[in-house]
Design a protein. Structure first.
Lengths: 456, 456
């Protein structure tokens, strides 16, 4: 075991960054069927890079949608086996007009790389490939047995993962999983994450009349679908911003005093946060701090609403249909399928007069996830981070969802350690997503250190 | 004065219908800037047809947007002068996927002609041109002095009409105006209309954060623009479907007992109506009958709402902006500009925490209109209709807006008589708009009779 990888990473920084840009030019948007070919191209591209990094086995595990890029490098029966998780698909880039430079033309500005997926998750996951390449080129092989599991459906909720992990249980067996999809608390503050939220998603469709109608002739008497869906949507929360869907909180594990103390230790500057996101006030469930809400309280979010005329000018129409999309962020013991059933029951119960409503569940529901703070892989990660930064490592949680985290736990019995460099101001899922170039360096280095530290 | 026009209309029915189809193929959508050339093409086309119908003077009166097609035929100083009003612009056709045949490819089915504008207002207004052509070809000229005023901005609320009518006051002077834009109560039930509603229109824009945000990271704390606009939109009405905008009803002229008796005389079958529009229940202001609501009570209608992700699948986003469009149908003494000001004040007062809201008024606001039941032009129209149908003529009102009706009254001192054949089931402003072919025949005939009856 040598440390020559340091020089290798320094010498190849420009090459590795150019490769990342090439990766980011592929618009692998899993939510939009028009981009199916791009999603597949991204899978092919990253598989090639894994071969270049020395993996003797690289293959595609097929799913109903997008393949998993899988690789395996067995070096020693006496070493532990870790599986690195990431994803090669990205979010849609809209609204396009808000991007300063095109989302699929990666651009460097002020020490950051701007592109859709720059951070989430191409930048983060690709850094692990380069770390292993560095170990291969300098040591001949990684210090532990490594598997790679890069999926292509994370941004649509990982609908294929459950059956695939179940089917390939033996192939995927490992001591634990390391997630290259996740975040650091702040730019110069190392942290590890001990939980992520679950996800339930559905679309609510409301219909009134048989067609759109003239608002002057019919508007005073015929139920307006947009107005009706507004009435229904307004029933999802009460004045304390608590969710009013009956049964929604029934299985929620309440925060303990110890949980609340842990969360309170994490620095939080509300004014700085408001300024960063550009709002004059926060809004959330009464009785909880912002970090408690973001990390450990469930939400029901309307992600989109549309109905009636949306063009320029005026159209005097009484619309006959309207739609909205909901995602819920869930906390331990909430069951996503049950939550969608409760939402559907709520919509039927509160369906406005003269309207009919249907609720379509989306695939890719995810259970919430958590890992014990005593897990050895987690402790090693904390040691590496403390060594790199010379700072105490915070124990945090994330409000986002990594659907496979809970799945690996359930199906393989393998916990997941988040070891990744996503930052709150990276603009994930938003226009002008970016990745700090210093984090690309740190992450390549961090993975070399972590894999070496895991070796017996 | 002869009645040879009858034979002429019979002999030329196919030709006239073919010409109407040609007219309907021009997608003269005034609300969509991309169709400016089509709007102009429709103006040119109908001007040509007025020349063919014998009008010695045909010209365009220019406006800031779309020209008025104006024509004048002075036949005799001792005869009254009437001005026929109509419009050559049409509504947008969306949602396109609900049309059984393309909106701008007129198609005959089951005794109806299907196309955008088939009824509103190309079919109705073009019938008047053909009636005058028939009088010209058989009698050499119409029996009274006739002016034509076909505008191209009716479907966007006639924004240019006020300054144009004011500027051309002398040219447009007439004893009264006949509107070829308006309706009959039912297919075989003649009626005249004594009032129309006014219109106020605006767009409400709501903004929260600087960009769309990841719903897992930020959704529990950052105000969601769609959710916030839902909360705001839900404040526009109370549980009795009365409008809660402060001051909205202040100037409304309440219905008298006599008004309510008149309205009650008009047959109304609620079940048949519900079946026609395809709803299980009606919804409107408590304390009024459906016809009272539609004809004599003001409304606030949300015509469209959009914000956040609207594509296929799931996007876990906290949207940062959302929009809605409002039109209000107004009754006598309500002032459209004042109503928009009241709506803006309401939106500011009820603006949800952490959001900012702006209200953009749309041009083309219209005052409500009414005509005395003793007007001589109205009485003649009723006589002609009674003669044609051998039935009592109902006195009705319309919930729709004809912005120029009140304008002609205010600027020229000329009342407007509605003499047109729009029917409730013509699907105006909706997919599959149609025009009964028998009404095309009746309307050509009706105008020949009416103009002859007006001659001294």
């Amino acid at each position: 075991m040598s440390f020559e990888w340091r020089a290798y990473l320094r010498d190849n920084y420009d090459t590795h960054l150019d490769e990342l840009k090439e990766y980011l030019r592929i618009p692998s948007i899993s939510a939009l069927p028009d981009h199916n070919d791009d999603v597949r191209a991204a899978a092919d591209w990253v598989a090639g890079k894994l071969r270049d990094a020395g993996f003797p086995e690289v293959e595609f595990i097929s799913t109903d949608r997008n393949p998993i890029v899988y690789a395996h490098w067995h070096v020693d029966d006496n070493q532990p086996t870790v599986m690195i998780y990431g994803h090669y698909d990205v979010q849609p880039p809209d609204p396009l007009e808000l991007w300063e430079t095109p989302p699929f033309e990666p651009t460097e500005r002020d020490g950051r790389l701007y592109a859709r997926g720059a951070s989430d998750d191409k930048g983060n996951s690709f850094a692990t490939v380069k770390a292993i390449e560095a170990l291969y080129k300098t040591d001949g092989q990684p210090p532990v047995n490594v598997k790679i599991f890069f999926e292509g459906e994370e941004e649509i909720g990982s609908p294929s993962m459950a059956p695939v992990i179940r089917e390939h249980k033996d192939k995927l067996s490992c001591d634990f999983v390391i997630s290259a999809d996740g975040g650091m608390h702040a730019a110069d503050q190392p942290s590890v994450t001990i939980s992520s939220k679950g996800l339930a998603a559905c679309q609510v469709n409301l219909k009134t009349a048989a067609t759109d109608l003239h608002s002057g002739v019919h508007g005073a008497n015929v139920p307006n679908a947009v107005q009706s869906l507004v009435e229904l949507a307004a029933t999802f929360h009460d004045d304390n911003h608590r969710i009013t869907v009956e049964g929604f909180y029934d299985n929620v594990v309440d925060l303990t005093e110890s949980d609340r103390e842990d969360i309170a230790k994490v620095p939080y500057d509300e004014d700085a946060y408001k300024q960063m996101v550009g709002v004059s006030a926060l809004k959330g469930e009464t009785g909880y701090t912002p970090n408690e809400r973001a990390w450990a309280r469930p939400t029901l979010d309307i992600n989109g609403f549309w109905g009636g005329f949306q063009g320029d000018g005026v159209k005097t129409v009484t619309p006959n249909e309207a739609h909205l999309k909901i995602t819920c962020r869930l906390v331990p013991k909430q069951d996503p399928a049950e939550i969608v059933r409760l939402i559907e029951a709520h919509c039927q119960k509160h369906c406005p007069v003269g309207a009919t409503v249907s609720v379509d569940p989306f695939p890719g529901q995810a259970f919430p996830f958590s890992i014990s703070r005593d897990h050895p892989g987690l402790k090693t990660a904390m040691n590496v981070l403390e060594d790199m930064y010379d700072k105490d490592v915070l124990v945090t949680r994330i409000g986002g969802t990594v659907p496979v985290a809970e799945l690996f736990q359930r199906e393989l019995g393998s916990d997941m350690v988040f070891f990744s460099w996503g930052l709150p101001d990276n603009g994930m899922h938003a226009p002008n997503e970016s990745y700090r170039l210093v984090d690309f360096q740190r992450m390549r280095e961090g993975y070399c250190r972590y894999l070496q530290a895991l070796a017996r």
